[in-house]
Design a binder for this molecule. Structure first.
Ligand code: LMR
Length: 396
């Protein structure tokens, strides 16, 4: 039977992890997969997570099943983090949700919900979007289309182009938006863009699906959710996929959530039963471990303070690395405008290299990045900036 299945090439992003690990070059630099790294190139466990971990191990007394909804309290805590403590939608019980295996699990269960609607739904993705958005959503059986988004010459969002597509959408359309720190471009929507999207969604009836995988990695937990919160206050329905991979550093513990805002509390309860059934018929229940830690941190004043302080330091280090890289590039007199690097947000930016140049970076300098020339800025450190800038100059 299985001789019918051909071997597939490695996933483009995940394949970089293995290629980097196997590279013996001592100068190698990993700017591939989006994980935060410190000055030593290590993805350390966050301090608050370490402490919560110890407390949890000491107190957990059972490994019995919990529920497809996840760890008790986790969703309430995450909802407040995302929508704010004083969200009227929360007090009106118009938001509900479930814990999921990472942000990917949330996107997938969200897609499964959309497949259950009577209408044939089209999901609109930014061009470009995170490489895994298409397979995750498409394999649930949904149609996918793209809206124009990124203008390479400025490194910013071309909102006019995006708005031309939005103008045509209606109640059978779902628009996937990156809540902050757009992956892969680093080009974020401005607040006035979120306002325009809210106006259109409420008038035309399309539904936003916000992927919030990087809350706190740019301008703070509240500021990074500002656009999403504006949508929530001004439209009836939306979906949100959250991830604790980056802001809690829980990558391998697969911790995330799918949240949905609906027109009333009865709809919210009904959608939750559907989402739980979609989870049950897929992986049954989310891994619980990360949910316990996140819930503990969000509800303990000292742990929360420690977490927020470390998260802010990570965000500010990423900004410093953006600045540092730009300075090194400018100092080399490279004839290309890279000033967008310091205007963009979060972990990613494009270097604007073609595939051959990306491969030369890898083969000649052991600097790893996606073929699109997307780099994970958080994979840089002050020791390698000169080396990376020299390599960019050489391949250009
Ligand atoms: C990335 O974009 O590199 C990360 O989100 C990791 C992944 O799973 O692709």
């Amino acid at each position: 039977m299985f001789d019918q299945l051909q071997a597939l090439p490695a996933d483009p992003l995940l394949g970089l992890i293995a290629a980097y690990r196997n590279d013996p070059n001592p100068s190698k630099v990993d700017l591939g997969v989006g994980v935060y790294k410190d000055e030593q190139g290590h993805t350390a466990i966050m301090r608050a997570i370490q402490k919560a971990n110890i407390r949890h191990i000491e107190t957990e007394d059972s490994k019995t099943y919990i529920s497809p909804a996840g760890v008790p309290g986790f969703i309430d805590s995450v909802q407040k983090l995302v929508f704010s403590e004083d969200s009227a939608m929360l007090s009106d019980n118009r938001i509900s949700g479930l814990q999921t295996p990472g942000g990917c699990g949330a996107l997938r269960i969200g897609a499964e919900l959309l497949v259950r609607l009577k209408d044939d739904v089209t999901v609109w993705l930014s061009d470009p979007s995170w490489a895994n958005h298409t397979p995750l959503i498409k394999s649930a059986g949904l149609n996918i289309e793209n809206y124009g988004y990124f203008e390479p010459s400025t490194g910013e969002v071309d909102f006019q182009l995006m708005d031309e597509t939005l103008a045509k959408l209606g109640p059978t359309d779902v628009v996937l938006l990156h809540g902050c720190c757009h992956n892969p471009t680093g080009a974020d929507l401005k607040f006035e863009h979120w306002q325009r999207i809210a106006e259109r969604a409420s008038k035309q009836g399309f539904v936003p699906f916000v992927d919030l995988a990087y809350q706190g990695l740019d301008s703070g937990l509240n500021e990074d959710a500002k656009g999403l919160r504006h949508l929530s206050e001004n439209i009836e329905e939306m979906l949100v996929a959250t991830s604790c991979s980056k802001n809690f550093g829980l990558y391998r513990d697969r911790t995330g959530s799918l949240l949905f805002q609906t027109a009333n509390s009865a709809n919210s309860s009904a959608v939750l039963t559907q989402a739980m059934e979609a989870a049950r018929s897929s992986y049954s229940m989310s891994p619980a471990y990360g949910g316990f830690l996140v819930n503990m941190i969000l509800n303990d004043a000292d742990l929360r303070q420690e977490w927020e302080t470390e998260l802010n330091a990570m965000a500010s280090r990423i900004k410093d690395l953006r600045k540092g890289l730009l300075e090194k590039i400018v100092a080399r007199g490279i004839d290309k405008d890279f000033s967008y690097i310091t205007k963009q947000k979060g972990m990613f930016t494009y270097l604007g290299l073609n595939k051959d140049q990306v491969h030369r970076m890898r083969d000649e300098y052991a600097i790893y990045m996606a073929d699109s020339s997307r780099i994970n800025v958080a994979g840089l450190n002050t020791h390698c900036l000169d080396y990376v800038a020299d390599a960019i100059k050489a391949v250009l």
